[in-house]
Design a protein around this ligand. Sequence first.
Ligand code: ZN
Length: 149
Amino acid sequence: MGIISIASGNSCWRGLDYFKDKKVIKLRKINDNEYTSIVRGNKNYNVYLNIEHPRKSTCDCPLAKGKRVICKHIVATYFTAMPEEATNFEKEQAKLQEEYEQYQDELYDKVIGYINKMSKKELIEELIHIFDYGPEWIYDDFIKRNYIE
Ligand SMILES: [Zn+2]
């Protein structure tokens, strides 16, 4: 398992920001799989990165200290050591986003197609169901869009 696959989404995105903002200072290569760095944050944090065994990576920030957590500082160090992985990460996320949007478009078309075939009684029941289970702003939105006094 790679660093990115075991880090949280939040750590990955924040780590990418840190990488782009060049907050990783003093990157030192021990060998192809191991690096140390200092990462600028609220304080300077000391990172040990192990690419081959990601769980052995450490950082002395409050989130990761003494735990096997992959924090944004470790991710930022990883991206700084392997910039092509940052590019891959961004490409992969853009692809996922595109797939998600395409899937949502398909669902939308399906739902609209189905709604057009429903009877008035079925539509009323469905609308009441949506009002019962939908978010609270749905009432406000409905009232505003229909100019209900
Ligand atoms: Zn950290």
